[in-house]
Design a protein around this ligand. Structure first.
Ligand code: ADP
Ligand code: MG
Length: 578
């Protein structure tokens, strides 16, 4: 096939422009991203070769190689992993498949200053394209394991890219960056310096489980005098042995005191493809008959696709330090799908499948323990690191509440880490426990109202009487709220009650005197005619028209029967296409 020229997809082009103009200040991370991709490619190849005996691939010396070339001012990152076919190159490198890209770009345009823009990019994470922060041209030569022809991709990041077939490409992928000339004089950005490369790999990629080797050119006589190269010149004229830069130590196998927060955070970034630090790091180990070690992370922000089907769970499974699979759904329930991390089990077979895992009793025990640990960590955050908890709840509360429906065993623990908007305090969220503490003398129920938005609920006539009587009402506006309230019977012996359903509970809250009863009878007689007339006029709209004492300002309101579908739930079903 001849050389073909392609245009970048619109979103890709916009994102590239930002990379070229470096809105992200920490340019070093491009190398972390390339190493992360290389490591993924090696993982994939190893798994694929286990699954497919006939795959004609080299798997003996899987590794990553970094080659800085000072004279040419290039940096190459090479792996002998799974590689990409020509179609995959166009698909994976020419477009951005990440959902939320359009939204991100819109928000970037609105961003007030550089810090804000940087924060957004950080949350989004930009992988391969981050190369354009430091390079004015990037080329990639790749050959998919098992295939004979390779592909060369090349671009300056402006407009488009070219793709051509190459005959003699080695298996795997080599990415070569032509470093920007404007950085040539700046030591900070001297990515051709072995010292600089070594430092970046140590800082960001030390735990990568594949060897990362640096190969440097055999120094020429006149170069030996240059300071940076002096240390590499020791070997004399022949090429020095490649130097392995990373320790490959599994962080989850080391005790917490030996590992710095930064190291944990870099592992998180590799697993999650996130550029920002996690909120919490959770360590868990079990010894004995079924031994495992685990490191889990709570991210600081929700991904853009938290609610789409594509959002996989981010817990990786290792067996005895060997990567087995990404997104091991057997290990975490769906309502904790935002949890990222690693679980390393000692006694599983290396070719265990997803199906087997779902059935495995030990895995189920492990999952139960992981869930309990995550929930107790959140509870502990709530007590000791309120700010972190608040961030967590803002980002993931909507998902956690799905657990109230799907995980009855942990329902109480989940209820205890939930927070709600309440009429008690406009600014601060409340917990159910605090609601119960504040309950009035004689109040039997925990009152709530669901709705589409806080304003909608606050302007609802249903709320009037409750506010007039000083009864606290929880305001529930997430779609999932409509569903779980029906599944949770009570909290600390107190039933949850919607204020928009059925007979007003208000009367029952107070003992009714003889006088009040007589007054009610009188009113009923007075308005009987009006009610019958209204009932007839509204026959197709409502079941019944009745008098109420719950309103103080509004003349009328619509209520649903207890057990009926609420208006907001009707909307939810409609939105889901039912
Ligand atoms: P991400 O890693 O988050 O998917 P990237 O922009 O880093 O996003 O990479 C895009 C895709 O390109 C990867 O998902 C992978 O399929 C492919 N890719 C990138 N680098 C390599 C590589 N070294 N070997 C094989 N595939 C790669
Ligand atoms: Mg990547």
């Amino acid at each position: 096939m001849p050389t073909e020229t392609f245009e970048f997809q619109v979103e890709a082009r916009q994102l590239l422009q930002m990379m070229i103009h470096s809105i992200y200040s920490n340019k070093d991370v491009f190398l972390r991203e390339l190493i992360s991709n290389a490591s993924d490619a090696l993982d994939k190849l190893r798994i694929e070769s286990l699954r497919d005996d006939s795959l004609n691939a080299e798997v003996d010396d899987l590794h990553i190689e970094i080659e800085p070339d000072r004279e040419a001012r290039t940096l190459t990152v090479r792996d002998n992993g799974i590689g990409m076919s020509r179609d995959e190159v166009v698909q994976l490198i020419g477009t951005i498949a990440k959902s939320g890209t359009a939204e991100l770009l819109a928000r970037l345009k609105e961003a007030k200053d550089e810090t804000a823009a940087e924060g957004l990019i950080g949350q989004f994470g930009v992988g391969f394209y981050s190369s354009f922060m430091v390079a004015d041209e990037v080329s990639l030569v790749t050959r998919k394991a098992g295939e004979s022809q390779g592909t060369r991709w090349s671009s300056t990041g402006e407009g488009g890219y070219t793709v051509e077939t190459v005959e003699d490409a080695p298996q795997g992928t080599a990415v070569t960056l032509r470093l920007k000339p404007e950085d040539a004089e700046d030591q900070l950005f001297d990515y051709t310096s072995p010292w600089k490369v070594r430092e970046i790999v140590k800082r960001y990629s030390d735990f990568i489980t594949w060897p990362i080797r640096m190969v440097t050119e055999a120094p020429k006589a006149e170069k030996a005098s240059e300071t940076e190269d002096a240390e590499d010149a020791e070997g004399g004229e022949k090429a020095p042995e490649p130097e392995t830069l990373n320790s490959m130590k599994a962080l989850w196998a080391r005790s917490r005191s030996e590992v710095s927060d930064e190291e944990y955070h870099e592992l998180y970034k590799h697993i999650s493809h996130d550029w920002t630090d996690p909120l919490e790091t959770i360590q868990l180990r079990a010894e004995g008959t079924f031994e495992y070690q685990s490191l889990l992370f709570l991210p600081a922000h929700a991904p853009h696709d938290l609610f789409s089907q594509a959002n996989k769970r981010g817990v990786q499974l290792y067996v005895k330090r060997v990567f087995i699979m990404d997104d091991c759904e057997a290990l975490v329930p769906e309502y904790l799908r935002f949890v990222k991390g690693v679980v390393d089990a000692q006694d599983l077979s290396l070719n265990v499948s997803r199906e087997i895992l779902q059935q495995d009793r030990q895995i189920q025990l492990m999952r139960r323990r992981l869930v309990k640990k995550v929930l107790s960590t959140i509870k502990e955050m709530m007590a000791n690191r309120e700010e972190n908890y608040t961030t967590f709840w803002r980002e993931f509360g909507r998902v956690v509440k799905e657990g109230l429906l799907n995980d009855p065993d942990n329902r109480d623990a989940i209820l205890r880490i939930c927070s709600f908007v309440s009429t008690h305090d406009k600014e601060r969220l409340t917990t159910l426990a605090r609601y119960v503490e504040r309950m009035k003398e004689g109040q039997k129920h925990i009152y709530y109202m669901t709705g589409e938005s806080r304003t909608a609920v606050e302007n609802s006539p249903h709320l009037e009487a409750f506010q007039a009587k000083g009864l606290e009402v929880l305001i529930l506006t997430d779609p999932v709220d409509e569903v779980w309230v029906g599944a949770v019977p009570e909290f600390e012996g107190k039933q949850l009650r919607s204020i928009a359903q059925g007979e007003a509970e208000l009367d029952a809250e107070e003992e009714q005197g003889e006088e009040a009863k007589a007054e009610k009878e009188r009113q009923r007689a007075e308005f009987a005619e009006l009610l019958t007339w209204l009932g007839e006029r509204l026959r197709d709209e409502v079941k019944e028209v009745r008098l109420t004492s719950r309103l103080t300002v509004s003349p009328a309101c619509v209520v649903t029967d207890a057990g009926d579908v609420t208006p907001a739930l009707q909307n939810l079903y409609r939105a889901m296409g039912q």
